[in-house]
Design a protein around this ligand. Structure first.
Ligand SMILES: [Zn+2]
Length: 367
């Protein structure tokens, strides 16, 4: 079966302007890079263009008031109370405004995640790659961390409603904790949210500690895996083997979503983790193994972050190459003096020991 790759050239409008770390050219840069590596063969991939999400779709997670405020602000209608809805990192640093194209771009990103979910749920594709997707800092009534609409949460809500899915595994491998996604599913036992990220004591958003495990019926279904700065490929692999795979085995997901781009790479400019391209490939391979075990190989994979544009297309391609068992030529990025593969493995093992104490009440495999 071919893999669907979802892409829209208007994604470049998701751009916060000069001086802001999130730029819109990432999407076309990746796409052109991927093509130039002859990786985008017609036998392997089918390219599909998503539709921007409607208000109705956005309302699966966001309030009418919030959607109207973001839309109006991005169309240049001044709102004196904009900081009620967004943090300053969602503004163009030169103008102090929400850039006009961003809202359109955000709707396309939601459209990508929604379509990715649909294509897999309907059995049309086994694997779907979303070029764009994973705006995990967006909350129902608040945009921050360069995110406005939480596409993953919208996709999950839609899948639950339309396809009656009751066990959805959401794996966040972005370097930052997914505070928005966490908040939305904190009380939901039908979504197992597993989040690998840099230790929140050292980076935005300052949440994602091991003791944040969900609440009410959702207790035990939020799993945070904070990594010490510098954590390398083996620390990630350890987490897959010791936590993620065992939890997946108990949860038995009916649907798998992974998201997160290149910002855990050791050369990223906003973060301090220690992955190399080899580590990104390994993450893809691990997700593929989990999907083979539980969903006959089906999963959706969404790419968005990365704040070193020289690294981004390589790391996104490495994820895809691992996920699809594709041989992609990733020569050309010089990874000079990366952290050693086993960097921070000791701290990671200690963290897992503490995490097990938090989770053993809910999961046999954590006992
Ligand atoms: Zn990030």
């Amino acid at each position: 079966m071919k893999t669907a790759i979802l892409y829209h050239q208007d994604l470049e409008r998701y751009d916060f302007g000069e001086g802001h770390p999130f730029t819109g050219e990432r999407f076309s840069e990746f796409f052109n890079f991927f093509k130039s590596k002859h990786a985008l063969s017609k036998d392997q991939f089918e390219r599909i263009e998503p539709e921007p999400a409607t208000d109705e779709i956005l309302k699966l997670v966001h309030s009418k008031d919030y959607i109207e405020a973001i839309k109006a602000a991005s169309e240049g209608t001044a709102r004196s109370n904009i900081f009620q809805y967004v943090s300053s990192d969602n503004l163009n640093p030169m103008t102090g405004c929400i850039p006009c194209g961003v809202e359109k771009g955000a709707r396309i990103i939601v459209g990508i995640s929604l379509l990715a979910g649909e294509l897999v749920a309907q059995g049309k594709f086994s694997k779907v790659i979303g070029v764009g997707g994973g705006m995990h800092h967006a909350k129902p009534n608040y945009g921050e961390g360069f995110c406005f609409y939480n596409d993953v949460a919208i996709c999950v809500r839609s899948l639950k409603q339309k396809y009656n899915l009751r066990r959805i595994l959401v794996l966040d491998t972005d370097a930052h904790a997914g505070n928005g996604t966490k908040e939305i599913f904190y009380q939901d036992p039908e979504v197992l949210f597993i989040d690998m990220h840099q230790d929140p004591r050292t980076i935005y958003p300052g949440t994602g500690f091991i003791f944040e495990i969900g609440s009410g019926k959702g207790e035990g279904f939020t799993v945070n895996l904070p990594l010490s700065p510098g954590a390398g490929n083996q620390a990630y692999q350890y987490l897959f083997e010791e936590v993620i795979f065992p939890l997946a085995y108990e949860f038995k997901p009916e649907f798998i979503i992974r998201y997160g781009g290149s910002d855990p790479h050791y050369l990223d400019e906003l973060t301090n983790l220690g992955l190399t391209l080899e580590g990104f490939k390994m993450i893809g391979q691990q997700v593929n193994q989990i999907s083979r075990k539980f969903t006959e190989g089906a999963s959706i994979d969404l790419l968005l972050s990365g704040y070193n544009l020289a690294v981004l297309p390589f790391a996104w391609s490495a994820l895809i190459s691992g996920l699809l068992e594709l041989d992609i030529d990733l020569s050309g990025l010089e990874e000079i003096s990366p952290p050693s593969g086993d960097s921070r493995i000791k701290e990671t093992k200690e963290m897992v020991g503490q995490l097990r104490k938090q989770l053993k009440k809910y999961w046999r495999s954590m006992g």
